[in-house]
Design a binder for this molecule. Structure first.
Ligand SMILES: C=C(O[C@@H]1C=C(C(=O)O)C=C[C@H]1O)C(=O)O
Length: 370
């Protein structure tokens, strides 16, 4: 029997076998990777090939789904806009109090000079009996410019998201990354009015990325900073590209970038430890990263020498495309856990930071039926 694309995913899930379906930003094709056994492959040095799913805390294992079979399809998506009735966000007083105190703690630590920036997050829990594949289709039709995925491993669980943030793109030695930070709510305007807090917070991320790449890339370019829309939010974005030195492996690049201060803070390790000690939940894969690791593509090029007609030589292109795992949720039967965070600087106001996380939670809440 020939299964259609969505049935194939359902069958894989019924069989309790690992899979990931994903669509790259601004593309139409959804890719599906299936692993044909339950083995839990973990990354050792990032020289492996597969779909990587890495946690925030690099001391925990990054998981690799092996490409035992793959499919690609343009899905005919129902326009869900009209019949989506997004769930109301219930403000839980004790959660809010905890978050306000956490932000204040961060601001104090920054004022004491122990940190420059720290990103704090929280969970938003929602009950829903909706089929995860329907949720995934809603994501696909709502967020064409995001990296939209559904990921499953029987020994880990199921995750779903629509992230706007590229961590790393590599094609052979050509590198591209971005600094994405600073948030404002989209209210139909063509350009937001950025304040100093956002400009500074995003600039720190750009500075960190270019500093981290020094000695690893031969040269790099930094684009102008622009306002970039992600669903109902605006962010500040700068593109950074360069050519990686021959002696630098992809593992070294990943380790130097992750977690960037867009999702961790500065100084990097101090901020990470402060987060692990003070947040009241386990981030797991939220603010980790995911995507294609060392995919190989055969390229046919015509032979250049004139007197040898019709000869072609083949080269193998190595490609990596990783996104930061933001605007995502974990699915455990009827329990959905959405993760949202925001960057804290010395100018942060706890109430505003709480509101920012609520605004961010709408990206996932908007695609869940009541
Ligand atoms: C941490 C999140 O987002 C990150 C933090 C941002 C900010 O602090 O303004 C903006 C974009 C992301 O880099 C999140 O969405 O949960």
């Amino acid at each position: 029997m020939r299964l259609n694309f969505l049935d194939r995913i359902s069958q894989q899930f019924k069989d309790q076998l690992p899979f990931v379906a994903y669509r790259k930003p601004n593309e139409e094709i959804v890719q599906l990777i299936l692993q044909n056994n339950q083995e839990l492959h973990t990354v050792v040095d990032y020289e492996e090939t597969g779909f990587v799913f890495a946690p925030f805390n690099s001391n925990e294992n990054a998981i690799l789904i092996k490409n035992d079979s793959s499919f690609a399809e343009i899905l005919q998506l129902e326009k869900t806009e009209e019949n989506l009735e997004s769930v109301a966000v219930e403000e839980n007083i004790s959660e809010k109090t905890f978050h306000l105190e956490l932000v204040q703690k961060g601001v104090n630590e920054i004022k004491l000079g122990n940190l420059e920036k720290v990103v704090f997050s929280r969970e938003v829990k929602v009950k829903s009996s909706q089929n995860p594949l329907q949720l995934y289709q809603n994501i696909l039709s709502h967020y064409p410019t995001a990296f939209c995925y559904i990921w499953y491993h029987p020994k880990v669980g199921m995750w779903l998201g629509a992230t706007p943030e590229l961590l790393l793109e590599m094609e052979n030695r050509q590198l591209r990354t971005m600094s994405l930070a600073g948030t404002m709510k989209y209210n139909g305007e063509s350009e937001p009015d950025w304040g100093n807090k956002e400009l500074e917070e995003q600039h720190m991320v750009t500075q960190f990325i270019t500093d981290s790449l020094k000695g690893k890339v031969a040269s790099y370019d930094v684009s102008e900073t622009i306002s970039s829309r992600a669903g109902e939010l605006w962010h500040l974005k700068t593109d950074i590209s360069g050519v990686v030195n021959l002696e630098t492996g992809i593992g070294a690049i990943i380790h130097s970038l992750h977690p960037t201060p867009a999702v961790g803070g500065l100084p990097k390790l101090k901020a990470r430890d402060f987060i692990l000690k003070n947040e009241n939940h386990h981030r797991e894969f939220y603010t980790g990263f995911l995507g294609e690791l060392n995919f190989k593509e055969e390229v046919n090029r015509p032979e250049k020498r004139r007197n040898q007609e019709n000869r072609a030589y083949r080269t193998i292109k190595k490609k990596t495309l990783l996104f930061v795992n933001l605007r995502c949720m974990k699915i455990q039967e009827e329990q959905l856990t959405i993760y949202v965070g925001g960057g804290i600087t010395r100018e942060s106001d706890p109430e505003m930071e709480w509101k920012e996380t609520s605004d961010k939670s709408r990206t996932m809440l908007n695609i869940i039926h009541r």
